[in-house]
Ligand binder design. Structure first.
Ligand code: NOJ
Length: 445
């Protein structure tokens, strides 16, 4: 049986969340609309047409929610700042009420002895900026930098741990290539410029924090998945390599000063030539203090000539009769271990934190309890795999569970429950799940 103390006394244990998913008050207190407000209001974009607002109403209940973080025994709460709460138009006039809200939230964390880890961008671009092209537009970098500067100057005395971006591959691919997330754009002509400006933003955001916050600890996060070929055929192996370039290597390598992984996928070579990205290699480089990895599943892929561009196809866990969560995501802790090792092999990745990991299940509240034994098993497996990697010498310094409470799971709406705390979306009452109590015990030992 593993214990939290096996990870050492300095290991950071936390729980994570994001503004859109929990805050609510989407059009109150001076907040401008974000692309998620616009997207979620359109019919057919969110499962069962769930409405985003009031989500968990965290805006009004953060005091009790931070008390939950503390009660469960976590030392860190990771949350994000809604850009359009600070700058309703994305640039220009600052909304003092928004500024005050995050001061209050940060102060409450500190009062309750919880260390805030603040994410600057967790997918909620101000709609006003999207109207100018959003991440596809070259002008996005200057406005993002200005937003980072405002946050750094405003909160930098109290917040020392910062995360520049949350899962850049997540929002550029789902939002600008596949169109299933906000802002709902599609195609490579949107995806590639969004990738380029995002790669610049991650480095420039880091540089601004370094210049403006004393004794700062700067990270950024990446979604990551071990990519396994379905068979050992050359075609499947090459398909897996292409998907790896896209899903794992696309943003970490530019930050290392390596540019985009063009050598292993000719489509990226074309992208580099078309946008002249090689000229920007230095601007995309930044020496992060830590890299945040977010892992949920591995992917098994097969060559398929009919799939445009990537020519690869996912062979789903369910079809292969593999254990999976309610999202259909394969449960495979060995793949977690392998992908952590893959990222640790970059020379400049000197410190890894797991900034998200967790599982959704069909939780039911019955007699005031949520008995989510599967989620507990999931955490046990994944934590054991992480400890193995740590004990082999990888510098893994923290782990943050996803997520504090059931919340708005993007296009899945409120159906996908990832929380350690159950949210009743009618009454907004919070109930600690068995997995929450499991964490409480785990963190004591
Ligand atoms: C990644 C995202 O950062 C988070 O917002 C999301 O809810 C989880 N993964 C689960 O899908």
């Amino acid at each position: 049986m593993i214990k939290a103390s096996d990870f050492g006394p300095k290991f950071t244990w936390g729980v994570a969340a994001a503004a859109v998913q929990i805050e609510g008050a989407a059009s109150q207190y001076g907040k401008g609309p974000s692309i998620w407000d616009t997207f979620a209001a359109k019919s057919g974009k969110i499962k069962r047409n769930h409405k985003l607002d009031p989500a968990c109403d965290f805006y009004h209940r953060y005091v009790e929610d931070i008390a939950l973080v503390k009660l469960l025994g976590f030392k860190v709460f990771r949350f994000s700042i809604a850009w359009s709460r600070i700058l309703p138009q994305g640039r220009g006039e600052v909304n003092q009420e928004g500024i005050r809200f995050y001061h209050n939230l940060i102060d409450e964390c500190l009062t309750q002895g919880i260390i805030p880890y603040v994410t600057l961008y967790h997918w909620d671009l101000p709609q006003a900026l999207e109207d100018e092209g959003g991440w596809t537009s070259f002008s996005i970098n200057a406005v993002f930098n200005a937003f980072v500067s405002i946050c750094a100057l405003e909160y930098g005395d109290k917040v020392k741990n910062w995360i520049v971006l949350n899962e850049p591959f997540g929002y550029t691919s789902l939002g600008y290539m596949l169109g299933v997330h906000a802002p709902g754009k599609t195609g490579l002509s949107n995806f590639f410029p969004a990738v380029l400006h995002t790669a610049l933003a991650q480095a420039e955001g880091g540089k601004i924090l370094r210049a403006e916050v004393a004794k700062v600890n700067i990270g950024t996060t990446y979604s990551c998945s071990e990519i396994l070929p379905y068979t050992q055929s050359d075609n499947d192996i090459l398909a897996a390599k292409r998907v790896d370039c896209l899903m794992n290597r696309l943003f970490v390598e530019p930050a290392q000063g390596m540019g985009f992984p063009t050598a292993d996928w000719d489509v990226l070579e074309k992208f580099q030539m078309e946008y002249g990205t090689w000229r920007l290699q230095d601007r995309m480089k930044f020496d992060f203090d830590f890299i945040g990895l977010q892992n949920y599943f591995p992917l098994t892929v097969k060559y398929n000539a009919f799939i445009p561009v990537i020519q690869a196809w996912e062979v789903k866990a369910k079809g292969r009769k593999k254990p999976h969560t309610a999202m259909g995501w394969e449960i495979n802790a060995d793949s977690f271990y392998n992908i952590v090792k893959q990222f640790a092999s970059y020379p400049h990745v000197k410190n890894i934190m797991i900034t998200e990991n967790g599982a959704a299940y069909h939780d039911k509240l019955s007699n005031g309890n949520v008995v989510d034994a599967e989620r507990i098993d999931y955490f046990k497996l994944y934590l054991a795999a992480l400890l193995k990697a740590k004990n082999e010498g990888i510098n893994i310094t923290g782990y943050m569970a996803w997520t504090l409470m059931d919340n708005f799971e993007w296009a899945e709406g409120f159906n996908a429950r990832f929380g350690l705390v159950y949210t009743d979306f009618h009454t907004l009452k919070r109930t600690i799940k068995y997995s929450g109590y499991w964490w409480q015990e785990f963190l004591k030992a």
